[in-house]
Write a protein that binds this ligand. Structure first.
Ligand code: ZN
Length: 136
């Protein structure tokens, strides 16, 4: 893992967050999509050398909804770009790092993703993000 793909940010309202990032801060909105597996609506923002992934709960029982309820909106996770995610999952587990689930799930943009538990990673929720071949 050596490239940060994006930073995930929990927001209560995508509409308000998009106003902040695009109108007030002048960044570019790339796209918005619904990621059913995670119970979120996701908007990607082009922040130059990195993307921001704005995460709005799509249902009150999604993990993002619980996160906002507990801690308020804010930085949620850091996503590292990986290839061959199954191997990466096995590698981090062999290093004693706890993952959330053993197999990748479908993330935004068709990426396959997996999370490492913050218990194992110094309080930071980390995502492995495998976009396969093609898009960098
Ligand atoms: Zn993410």
């Amino acid at each position: 893992m050596n490239n940060v793909d994006h930073i995930g940010i929990a927001v209560s309202s995508l509409e308000e967050a998009l106003l902040l990032y695009t109108k007030q801060l002048g960044m570019t909105h790339i796209k918005t999509e619904r990621v059913a597996s995670q119970g979120v609506n996701v908007a990607f923002i082009d922040a130059g050398n990195i993307k921001l992934e704005l995460l709005e709960p799509a249902s009150p029982d999604s993990s993002i909804a619980r996160f906002i309820q507990k801690r308020g909106p804010g930085i949620h996770h850091i996503a590292y770009s990986v290839k061959d995610i199954e191997t990466r999952i096995a590698e981090v587990k062999s290093q004693g790092i706890e993952t959330i689930g053993d197999v990748p799930v479908q993330g935004a943009g068709g990426a396959r993703i997996a999370f490492m538990h913050p218990r194992s990673t110094g309080g930071v929720l980390m995502e492995l993000c495998d976009k396969g071949e093609g898009e960098a």
